[in-house]
Design a protein around this ligand. Sequence first.
Ligand code: NAD
Length: 308
Amino acid sequence: MKQQQLRFDGRVVIVTGAGAGLGRAYALLFGSRGASVVVNDLGGSRDGDGKSTKAADSVVAEIRARGGKAVPDYNSVVDGEKLVQTALENFGRIDVVVNNAGILRDKSFARISDQDWDLVHNVHLKGAFKVTQAAWPHMKKQNYGRIIMTSSNSGLYGNFGQANYSAAKMGLVGLANTLAIEGRKNNIYTNVIVPTAASRLTEDILPPDFFAELRPELIAPVVVWLCHESCEDNGAIIESAAGWATKCHLVRGAGTPLRVRITDNVAPEDVQNQWNKVTDMSRAQRHESIEEVSSTLLGILEDMKSGG
Ligand code: NAD
């Protein structure tokens, strides 16, 4: 039997930072699958200076030339409610928000100014907060929504010269973790994409041979699938690049008690003596929720009460 094409007819999608790079690839694919697309882009430089209507306009023209439905939006993501207004005024609803807009202000940690910190955090973290919060009540009311946060391996693992960016990108994982919980009962699913792709953000970072293989079009299908109504993942972190994808998890080791009885205290030497066991990840496990993690602590306390 032929597999049915994943369609977005009747769905309204905002892609932020859709005038170039990954966002452009996402917007084009959504547009080709029947979605009405708000192509948001401030059109500034890589470090967030300036603005222009050109980037958003050219992607809207591309989508329309292929028979798709799209409108431009030139606002900064920090004015999230304006983006949602554009969706409502033009298409009457909002179903999907792909938080993708991004800038870089790379500096070694000691040289990061307040402005480098604030601008990067405003675009990545506050921008995602503002756009998503503006869409949230509409999604709740219609009992449906799909949200993407864009993180980065720089956040998950750290990267020299990107302290401001890494912190914002890991902040987006925390935001997604909680939105996944708060949205679940209203069928609003939030997932995280961790891309590696050729764009102006990576042209001087990635080696040229590698760069050539990292077409954004190879990641767009992963994001589009995550935003489809038939995808049931919620709270997942998905890494993708070069036509490959995987799920990532935080894991916790099995741990060890630092004291035997509930009446014992813990000295720094106890920690030193147990350090190999504290840091042993050979029995590491994924935990699904804060409740699950807390309940393992209750079990540990019970063991101590009964003397180990
Ligand atoms: P890009 O520079 O090609 O695209 C980002 C777009 O966001 C630009 O068109 C820019 O004008 C727009 N933008 C910037 N500030 C904005 C604002 N305030 N409001 C609206 N639009 C704004 O970069 P890209 O590589 O396609 O990056 C897309 C996202 O993916 C970013 O969040 C980036 O951090 C993330 N990311 C990219 C990579 C990669 O390898 N390319 C890796 C990890 C994460």
